[in-house]
Structure formats: structure tokens, C-alpha cells
Design a protein around this ligand. Structure first.
Ligand code: ATP
Ligand code: MG
Length: 330
């Protein structure tokens, strides 16, 4: 990763970032069909694959360093493309280092705890990337749009006054700051879908038999609350995009573009962490040299003393010879 590539990624995602303190009006400020840096599909070939390879490399280092963790929160309205984004963006990383946690309607046990409890229970460990497919932000979205959810949370009277949403924003910001101060980067993506594109995707789920299972009449019912959700999202973005845990509004009407944006935001986060492979002490290096001697001495007759080195030195010698031949011909 060169400095130039890192700057290019930062430049690409900058228009998606919600500047802390900015008052967001989703419908006016963020276009679901926006193209960062004017990116067209025909010019995007290989971009996602390069992003995926980059993520795989950084994830290996994150796991080896075992000091930082990453929490990626994904929020979207139904058919926003959360599942597909996760599937594509994480397709190259070691599954052992990534955990996807989905959050549905809370269970009885979950409702018996404070509202952040179930999210805290499923945070990533150091060295891991955790993905929240829906997240603690449901607590200021669906719970706000349908206040009966708040009634189910068995809160004391003092905790459900008119200031409940402002308080939750503050508590969520504080919680994320605590995580970030302790080595866990929190990065938040809102997949911003237009109402018309949602209608098209719902219809596709009805029209294509293999997709019928994905269709839910409840999703169409929820669509009736579109404006309430837009307001709840706007307030959430305004109140909870912080220097330590920024929101990115990903234009989601084009799936290919949304995936590139999501990979770019995650890559930007990992580049910022810059995890390193642990280096070994002089003492360990001496032990390695001793072990090498012993293993080389065990080489059977006719075998290379160190097959790995023989192959790699051979390959690099061959490479140099080929270079030389090319120069001579030129
Ligand atoms: P899919 O792509 O499979 O539809 P999904 O995330 O929409 O994925 P569903 O099982 O369809 O999963 O929906 C989960 C539902 O749970 C959503 O309607 C969401 O709003 C709701 N939910 C999530 N968190 C809470 C919460 N804290 N309180 C009430 N409802 C919640
Ligand atoms: Mg659903």
C-alpha cells in the first residue's frame, strides 16, 4: 500500500463521511445515486477485487498484531443490500477473523437487560473484525419509529421521558468512545437507498421465484413509515457521527458501487490502524538459527538443505535472468 493509494481511498470516501456536528437532512444532503469521484461501472473493473485483496492483507496483520479490533456497523432500510455487501466485501478475508452478528427483535432475555447489553455481548475481540448487521442504532431507529418497542424495554419511568433519544445518542457516543479509546475502531455505514429502488427490489423478490423467500409483507408494511425513518436516520446521523466513530452514508442504489464504497471505508479504517506483524527478539532469532541448522542437517541424500529457500532463491534468480535476457534483446 503506497501513500498515494491511501490518499486516493481517503479522497474517494470523503464525500460520504458525515462531518461531526453537521446537521443532516438525508433527503437533501445525500443522493442514493451519487457517484464518488464520478466513478462509472465501466471504469470500476478490478477495483472491488483490489479492495478485497487489500482487506485480506490488513486483516492478517490485524489478527497477527492482536492489539486492535474493528467494529463495522451496517444500517439500512429493508432491501438496502446489507447481506450482499457483507458477502462481497468480506469474500477474501480469513473467516476465522471475521464475525457477523445480526440483530433482530430482542428476545425476552435481552429485554431483561439494559438496551446496549446484547450488542456489548457480541463485540469483536482484539485482532478481529466484527460486523453488526443492524446494530445498536436500531435502538434509536425502529424503537423510535415504533415507540411500542420502548414500552417493551421495561424501563423505569425516569428513563423514558421526552429526552430519551438525546440521552441515547449521548450514551451511544460515550460507549463508542470508550471502545475506541481501548483499541476498538468503530466505523458505521448507512446504506442509503431511494424509495423507488426499494420498490424495484421488492418487486424483483416477487417476480423471480428463487427470490420469493426473501420477500416479506412486513417489509412492505414498514415501507409505509418511510418518512419517519428518513427523519430518524437524519437525526441519528446528525447526533452520532463523531471524530472517533464517524458515519459514512453509502449511495446504495447501485449495488456494485455500494460494495466498493464499503470496502473503501473499511480499508481506510485499517490503513489508519496500520497493524504490524510482530517482530521477534534477538534471542528468538538465535533460536531460529539453531533450529534451522538442525533441520538442514536432517536433509535426506539428494534433497536441498532448505527446500523453501532453494525454491525461492531459484525463482528470484530465474526472474533476474529473464530480466537480463529482456534487456539484451531490447
Ligand atoms: P433480511 O435481509 O434477512 O430481511 P433483516 O435484518 O431485515 O434481514 P429481519 O429478520 O427481516 O432481518 O428483520 C429484523 C427486524 O428486527 C427488523 O425489522 C428490525 O427493525 C427489527 N429489530 C432489530 N432491532 C430491534 C430492536 N432493538 N427493537 C425492535 N425491533 C428490532
Ligand atoms: Mg428483513
Amino acid at each position: 500500500m503506497t501513500g498515494k493509494q491511501a490518499r486516493r481511498i481517503a479522497e474517494f470516501i470523503e464525500p460520504l463521511r458525515v462531518r461531526p456536528g453537521r446537521k443532516v437532512n438525508l433527503a437533501k444532503d445525500f443522493d442514493p445515486a451519487f457517484r464518488p469521484l464520478g466513478l462509472r461501472r465501466k471504469n470500476s473493473a478490478g477495483l472491488l477485487d483490489r479492495g478485497i485483496a487489500l482487506l485480506a492483507d490488513y486483516q492478517r496483520r490485524l489478527a497477527a498484531e492482536n492489539t486492535h479490533g474493528v467494529l463495522l456497523c451496517l444500517q439500512a432500510l429493508d432491501a438496502g443490500g446489507k447481506d450482499g455487501t457483507i458477502r462481497h466485501v468480506m469474500s477474501g478475508v480469513n473467516p476465522q477473523g471475521v464475525h457477523v452478528e445480526g440483530f433482530k427483535v430482542p428476545s425476552t432475555e435481552e429485554l431483561d437487560h439494559d438496551y446496549l447489553w446484547r450488542y456489548a455481548c457480541r463485540l469483536p475481540a482484539r485482532g478481529d473484525i466484527g460486523i453488526f448487521n443492524r446494530s445498536h442504532y436500531e435502538e434509536v431507529l425502529v424503537v423510535r419509529v415504533h415507540p411500542q418497542n420502548l414500552d417493551r424495554q421495561k424501563l423505569p419511568q425516569s428513563a423514558k421521558g421526552a429526552d430519551v433519544w438525546e440521552r441515547r445518542y449521548r450514551e451511544i457516543n460515550d460507549w463508542e468512545r470508550y471502545l475506541s479509546d481501548n483499541g476498538f475502531s468503530v466505523v458505521k455505514l448507512f446504506l442509503n437507498l431511494s424509495k423507488e429502488e426499494q420498490r424495484t427490489r421488492f418487486l424483483k423478490r416477487i417476480d423471480v421465484p428463487e427470490r420469493n423467500w426473501k420477500f416479506s409483507a412486513a417489509d412492505v408494511h414498514e415501507r409505509g413509515y418511510w418518512d419517519d425513518y428518513q427523519r430518524a436516520f437524519s437525526e441519528m446521523l446528525s447526533a452520532t457521527s463523531t471524530p472517533w466513530a464517524p458515519w459514512y452514508v453509502v449511495p446504495a442504489d447501485r449495488k456494485w458501487l455500494a460494495r466498493i464504497c464499503a470496502a473503501a471505508v473499511l480499508a481506510h479504517t485499517l490503513i489508519g490502524i496500520d497493524p504490524q506483524y510482530p517482530t521477534v527478539s534477538d534471542e528468538v532469532r538465535r533460536d531460529l538459527a539453531e533450529a534451522r541448522k538442525e533441520l538442514e542437517a536432517e536433509a535426506p541424500h539428494g534433497a536441498a538443505r532448505d527446500p523453501y529457500l532453494a525454491e525461492h532463491e531459484g525463482a528470484s534468480r530465474d526472474g533476474k535472468r529473464a530480466e537480463k535476457r529482456k534487456k539484451v534483446r531490447a
